[in-house]
Write a protein that binds this ligand. Structure first.
Ligand SMILES: *[C@@H]1O[C@H](CO)[C@@H](O)[C@H](O)[C@H]1NC(C)=O
Ligand SMILES: *[C@@H]1O[C@H](CO)[C@@H](O)[C@H](O)[C@H]1NC(C)=O
Ligand SMILES: *[C@@H]1O[C@H](CO)[C@@H](O)[C@H](O)[C@H]1NC(C)=O
Ligand SMILES: *[C@@H]1O[C@H](CO)[C@@H](O)[C@H](O)[C@H]1NC(C)=O
Length: 702
């Protein structure tokens, strides 16, 4: 049903031929993996998603432990041996919340009910009471009162605008809207602006169809008036009490005080609220009218800056408790190189029902597992080991994947070929790929083999380039999902794919199966397409004799980023970028050389060369590791990758050379000899890392 029909008939013909001869080549199985008539099944994907999302399953809950058992038993049923690796980690839940707005007289105080309502014919009404109250995970408890100040998206730039307007945020309660930066940074920025607390609402202009729109879920895909985006406001990765080491039984833990001093947990209370509540508060903010690009949609009240006259009282009490989380790990052992790993990962825990986030990805993961089982039954064995991971507590701060990577760090860094992540498999239409650049070619090649789920007469690749001649591949510099520990902490090549960009009911109670069935992917074809692409990439990484990595793409990408940096520093006469450009030149030469060797080896096809194959593969595998540095980024020792990491003021941001950029940002503010010297130091560090990488690629001692 999903592949290009010609492929099927070729596949069948080849398959008949191979019945007559001996073992088919791996490529035969790879096309079999894509063939719908034989393997793809959207009904079974739909069934998995339906089962996984029957009730809310937040990390640390009984419901999520049951979901883990479902994944284990499904993998077992697909003949993939699997086990649970659990950790005891610090999670956070709401105990009580009250929010009161005191408008100026003659209006009387408004007590918000802070409830997401069940909708008409809601099939999940009977389990709605299992949805966790809306909150920010790890928010600070407190009882605070202050005048409201509107701070737009709560970015550093927004506070600069407020300062220019002469608005004093000190002692106020900020009202921000979601949408531009990571919510943990929204809270942190408010703290630095000296607000005593912050409310964050889901503005209708961004999540409700732009306003002037009378309908929402379940009639349309938009966020209902009472919908709230829950989420974490933790700015680190992994269990906050075990930074850098695994949360195994009886391990060392930081005290509450030490966690606070670590700087990654918020220091002021915060609460997410709905657009209806956001509008209500906005009506009682006076003062100057905000700029046009700070305003809401058509039906929104006029947004003013304040402070006040409306006064907010927020009383939030949360509990932070150690709970058990469970990663499910399934292993298909490699026949020839069992000590080389290709890892597929997706998380399972959800803020509510999790139909989009993350169980569309879990359903796709189980579909990959099902098809791999079919291949095994037809005689296929992977050359390298394929590991299927289903993470827990991603929503709290990438906790499950981070603890596992921290626990297995050395084995992973010496053995993992690549990590392929899918968080939400489907949010809507449109292919959204991310990768470290040596995987670009593999990603593009794979997209050329999988049918576009929304147009049977073209491939994913064709729809992808329809709008954009050079297919855009995002990079993995943000900390948005479980690839972070693999890529940014230990330097493993990674990719992340999905369909659709933002979706309006994100992290709300309305992210349920009905939303997916009505709006996200009615025929489950996009899910099937993600499974096809994800599995096909894994198969090539696991089976190809020589790893399908192309470092020339990496060299071009580095050149591009260095060019951007040069443009940024155009008026600066102090910083010398020559070492950076020279290191990239060296890297490019090494990439061409290894590419040539690869081609020669593929042409020679001699088994006596197998040690040589292993040698070149090890160079290809280890090159990415050289981009990491033991010390990590300044002030952020866990982030060790010097090319890709989040930017300091937006955890979602995906900058190249984060250390250099942070240093520039700092130098621009302080503008001293010392701060510009540290920019130069960061340039040197990145140049050394790139030089290291080219030495690994070359595979020769100096
Ligand atoms: C697809 O999956 C469903 C449910 O798992 C199963 O009943 C059906 O037989 C499958 N169809 C094919 C063609 O394999
Ligand atoms: C802002 O307000 C606080 C407290 O009301 C005050 O201490 C501070 O000096 C004010 N800052 C400015 C820049 O006016
Ligand atoms: C479907 O793909 C074909 C081939 O690329 C293209 O000509 C056609 O316009 C596409 N249809 C739609 C509705 O996008
Ligand atoms: C699976 O896809 C086919 C067409 O590609 C569609 O007719 C069918 O309804 C889909 N099944 C489900 C369960 O969505």
């Amino acid at each position: 049903m999903f592949n290009v029909p010609i492929l099927s008939s070729i596949t069948i013909t080849i398959s008949l031929l191979y019945l007559l001869i001996s073992t088919p080549p791996k490529s035969y199985y790879h096309s079999l993996f894509l063939s719908d008539s034989l393997l793809s099944n959207n009904t079974s994907i739909e069934n998995h998603l339906f089962t996984l999302t029957k009730r809310p399953h937040i990390a640390g809950s009984q419901a999520n432990a049951e979901a883990a058992q479902y994944v284990v038993s499904t993998l077992t049923c697909y003949n993939i041996p699997s086990h649970v690796r659990s950790y005891d980690v610090l999670l956070s839940y709401p105990l009580s919340r009250t929010l009161v707005l005191t408008p100026p007289l003659p209006y009387s105080p408004i007590v918000f009910n802070l409830k997401q309502e069940v909708y008409k014919d809601d099939p999940y009404a009977n389990v709605a009471d299992q949805v966790t109250d809306t909150f920010h995970a790890y928010a600070k408890s407190g009882d605070i009162t202050g005048q409201v100040v509107y701070v737009n998206y709560g970015s550093i730039e927004d506070y600069e605008v407020l300062e220019q307007m002469g608005v004093n945020v000190t002692g106020a309660i900020a009202l921000a809207r979601y949408g531009r930066i990571y919510r943990g940074d929204i809270v942190e920025n408010a703290y630095h602006a000296r607000a005593v607390g912050i409310l964050v609402f889901t503005d209708r202009i961004d999540y409700g169809g732009g306003g002037g729109h009378a309908k929402w879920f379940p009639e349309e895909k938009w966020m209902p008036p009472c919908g709230v985006q829950v989420g974490t406001v933790f700015n680190g990765a992994g269990d906050p009490t075990t930074p850098g080491w695994p949360s195994t039984g009886g391990c060392e833990r930081l005290s509450d005080d030490e966690v606070e001093k670590g700087g990654d947990v918020p220091l002021i209370p915060s609460l997410p609220i709905s657009w209806a509540d956001g509008y209500e508060i906005m009506k009682f903010i006076g003062g100057e009218v905000a700029n046009d690009d700070w305003q809401g949609g058509k039906d929104a009240p006029v947004y003013r800056i304040g402070p006040g006259p409306g006064i907010i009282n927020l009383n939030y009490k949360g509990e932070q408790v150690i709970r058990t989380i469970e990663n499910v790990i399934g292993v298909i052992e490699g026949a020839e190189e069992p000590d080389r790993y290709v890892i597929l990962g997706n998380h399972r825990d959800a803020w509510t029902f999790g139909a989009v986030d993350p169980n569309s990805g879990t359903a796709a993961l189980l579909e990959v597992a099902r098809r791999l089982d079919e291949l095994q039954m037809k005689g296929w064995k992977p050359r390298r080991t394929i590991i299927i991971c289903n993470w827990d507590a991603e929503e709290y701060g990438l906790v499950g994947s981070t603890e596992w990577v921290e626990e297995n760090r050395e084995l992973l860094s010496s053995r993992v070929v690549a990590y392929l992540n899918v968080d939400c498999a489907v949010k809507g239409a449109g292919f959204q790929p991310f990768a470290t650049p040596q995987l670009d070619e593999l990603l593009i090649g794979s997209a050329k083999q999988v049918q576009d789920p929304d147009n049977a007469s073209q491939t994913i690749y064709q729809s992808w380039i329809a709008n954009d001649k050079n297919p855009a591949i995002g990079r993995l510099g943000g900390a948005g999902s479980d690839y972070a520990a693999f890529v940014q902490h230990i330097g493993i090549p990674g990719a992340d794919v999905s369909f659709g960009q933002g979706y309006p009911v994100y992290h709300s109670m309305y992210d349920d199966f009905i939303w997916m069935k009505k709006f996200g992917d009615p025929l489950f074809r996009r899910h099937a397409a993600v499974a096809s692409l994800w599995g096909l990439m894994a198969l090539q990484l696991a089976d190809n004799e020589i790893l399908p990595f192309n470092y020339l793409s990496y060299a071009y990408e580095l050149q591009k980023c260095a060019g951007d940096l040069k443009d940024e520093l155009i008026n600066n006469e102090v910083i010398i970028l020559t070492p950076l450009f020279e290191s990239i030149e060296k890297f490019k030469k090494a990439a061409s050389k290894v590419d040539q060797e690869k081609k020669e080896m593929e042409a020679s096809k001699s088994n006596s060369m197998s040690w040589k194959v292993r040698e070149i593969n090890d160079r290809l595998m280890m090159t990415e590791r050289a981009f990491t540095d033991g010390e990590g980024l300044p002030g952020r020792p866990w982030s060790k990758h010097l090319i890709y990491a989040p930017s300091k003021h937006d955890d979602y941001g995906s900058n190249a050379f984060p250390g250099i950029n942070d240093a520039i940002e700092n130098a621009k503010i302080i503008n001293s000899t010392e701060t510009w010297q540290s920019v130069q130091h960061e340039v040197w560090r990145v140049s050394r890392a790139i030089t290291h990488a080219s030495l690994v690629l070359n595979g020769a001692l100096t």
